[in-house]
Every structure is written in structure tokens, then in C-alpha cells.
Design a protein around this ligand. Structure first.
Ligand code: SF4
Ligand code: SF4
Length: 202
């Protein structure tokens, strides 16, 4: 005789609760159809598909998601969002996992991604726009890939794609205000992530 398996409803806690609250998504809405994974342009390069990231969270195994390269490689292209029959916003889920990982000082499986984000955003914060040579120099220095993309630099410079000196925009004040609001939001989300880490579900 076959026995039925009854799954008791549970109140999400820890990472799962944080991800749901921050992303505004209900993870159990996903019924694992796989349409997101089939369309994700990074699925081949990644260790987990977006479908598997959600599944790990549904099964109470957030470490599988947090230790994956997938959450860092997701570029937020929205392909999965447009394909999902349940309208789950996966990039928001990935964002929330990244916030959790950074707030709780978890090593990124793809360490170059947060380094690039930090260097790029610092450039925009200081100048109001990206200074490409500074971004590449900062990224290569902090990532340890000292001569990364060096072969591309000269051809781009010759074609006028790279400015030798940084340029500031007139809208620096507006950009600075955006950074201030984003920093306040980041601080709130980090505090919530660190608080929820206390009740993390095993
Ligand atoms: S497309 Fe939506 S419902 Fe289907 S597996 Fe992906 S997230 Fe889940
Ligand atoms: S938003 Fe991220 S997870 Fe979704 S399809 Fe694009 S890269 Fe893949």
C-alpha cells in the first residue's frame, strides 16, 4: 500500500524569511516547471539554474543557494521573469541572497563579481559617471588579475572609447543623493539580514 506524504505548513525563518520579505516573492509559489532554467542565458555557465536556487530555498537548504556561483552570475536580464507562469521575480530573489551573503560576510563563490560592483559604484559615486580606466585598474588590482583585459585596452584607447582622465558630470549632486538613499536602504537590509541570521533555519 502506498503511503501519502503530508507536508506540514511552516513559517519561513532565517534566510528564507529574509529573502521572501526583501524580494516580495513567495518561494512556495514555484512549482518547479523549469521554464526559467530553460531560458536563462547563464544556466550553462552556472553551477545552479535559477530553478535549483528556488528549490534549495524551498527545501530549507539556503547554504546550497548562498554558496552557489549562480547568485553572483545572475545579470538580472529578466528573461526568467517573463517566462515564469507564477510571475516569480527571480532577479529579486538573487539580489536578496546577495544582500544576505554580504551582510553576513559570507565569501562569494564568484569573488570577482562583488569586487567589480564595489569598484564600479565607487567610480560613479565620486564622479557621477564611470571612469573606465579607473574601474579596470581598480578591478585588476583588487581581484589580483593584474593584466586582465590588457589586450583590449590599447585598441579601445586608439578608437577613443577610453578617456585618459576622469570626467565629472554636472549632475553629481543628484547622483550623490541616489547613493545616500541606496546606502540607507542597504543599511536597513543588512541589519535585517544580520537579525534574521539568529533564527536561521537549519
Ligand atoms: S519558471 Fe517560475 S514556477 Fe517555473 S521553475 Fe522557474 S520560478 Fe519556478
Ligand atoms: S535574471 Fe538572472 S536568473 Fe533570470 S534569466 Fe537572467 S541571468 Fe538567469
Amino acid at each position: 500500500m502506498t503511503e501519502s506524504l503530508r507536508l506540514a505548513p511552516f513559517a519561513p525563518s532565517g534566510v528564507v524569511a529574509f529573502v521572501e520579505a526583501t524580494s516580495g516573492q513567495t518561494l512556495n509559489d514555484c512549482y518547479q516547471c523549469g521554464k526559467c532554467a530553460a531560458g536563462c542565458p547563464l544556466a550553462r555557465a552556472s553551477d545552479l539554474s535559477p530553478q535549483q536556487v528556488i528549490r534549495a530555498l524551498q527545501l530549507g537548504q539556503p547554504d546550497v543557494a548562498l554558496d552557489s556561483r549562480a547568485i553572483w552570475l545572475c545579470v538580472g536580464c529578466q528573461t526568467c521573469v517573463t517566462r515564469c507562469p507564477c510571475e516569480i521575480d527571480l532577479p529579486r530573489v538573487m539580489d536578496a541572497l546577495r544582500v544576505w551573503a554580504m551582510a553576513n560576510r559570507r565569501a562569494a563563490a564568484q569573488r570577482e563579481v562583488p569586487i567589480f560592483h564595489r569598484v564600479f559604484l565607487k567610480s560613479v559615486e565620486l564622479l557621477g559617471r564611470a571612469y573606465e580606466i579607473g574601474v579596470v585598474g581598480g578591478f585588476n588590482t583588487f581581484s589580483g588579475h593584474f593584466f586582465g583585459s590588457a589586450d583590449l585596452g590599447w585598441p579601445m584607447f586608439v578608437r577613443g572609447k577610453l578617456k585618459p582622465l576622469p570626467q565629472r558630470t554636472r549632475a553629481r549632486g543628484e547622483v550623490a543623493a541616489i547613493f545616500q538613499r541606496a546606502e540607507a536602504m542597504r543599511a536597513r537590509e543588512c541589519a535585517a539580514a544580520q537579525r534574521d541570521a539568529g533564527g536561521e533555519r537549519p
